[in-house]
Design a protein around this ligand. Sequence first.
Ligand code: XMP
Length: 315
Amino acid sequence: MLKEKVMLMWESFIEEKVREIRETVGGGKAIIALSGGVDSSTAAILAHKAIGDKLYAVFVNTGFLRKGEPEFVIKTFRDEFGLNLIYIDAQDRFFEALKGVTDPEQKRKIIGKVFIDVFEEVAKEIDAEFLIQGTIAPDWIESQGKIKSHHNVGGLPERLNLKLIEPLRDLYKDEVREVAKELGLPEKIYNRMPFPGPGLAVRVLGEVTPKKVAIVREANAIVEEEIEKAKLRPWQAFAVLLNVKTVGVQGDIRAYKETIAVRIVESLDGMTANAMNVPWEVLQRIAFRITSEIPQVGRVLYDITNKPPATIEFE
Ligand code: XMP
């Protein structure tokens, strides 16, 4: 009974937002930066329901996405939901802009700037009047006093003279997941772990290169797969490529290889977090797979620090 009531509530929320978006956009055009995360995906589907092909969903491949992510986003949104999806492969631009940069905040700023530049170029071509954004309540509530600057398309509406529409502004993450489910988005999206805007670039410590990102991408996929197989439901589970090499043995030979840290945390909102008490066999399996499937990696560490004092991400 309660479940039905809740579903009805989300159904009417969807109807109301669809009507609002339709009335606001009228005969105009709207754009959205679609990342494939739960917030922007939900906002995009709501807007698509409201205005169909007058919504242009721009999906930028920064080069810092997870394994299989571009293919998955294109398949889901273009092929299955029929969105007007514009795919931009901007990998070279992001890597070029990050050459020689090691400071985490500097990395975030550069990624944010390149992202806005790329998005602006596309937006100008489309000549839209409205920008749909998947902003949720914690995004604006916590926007003061940040420890790390979060990358989104902030500042864009003014720069491009776009009118902002934020249909999810009053919702919290668990509520967005409900709406996403109600909209028929796949579980892989509505139950997705949060993934930072700057992506794998903040999971390669120090300078970001295509080779290093490729290593952390593989390691991250292994962590995600093993967590899923073990049916664990952490807030986040991921791999980080440290900027230290360590010594190991391979046969009789001394090997000098990369080090991967595995971070698996439980949290309600990301503000505080605890390192998860993951079964030893799962950690062992992760370490075994990473060192045997990724030849450049010789050592795997598990981060047992809570937040605070550590943050969830390493950078
Ligand atoms: P920290 O590392 O600050 O992370 O404990 C808290 C939550 O925020 C995510 N995070 C980011 N998300 N852009 C984002 O969109 C960022 O630059 C960024 N930095 C951290 C992190 O993954 C965690 O869920």
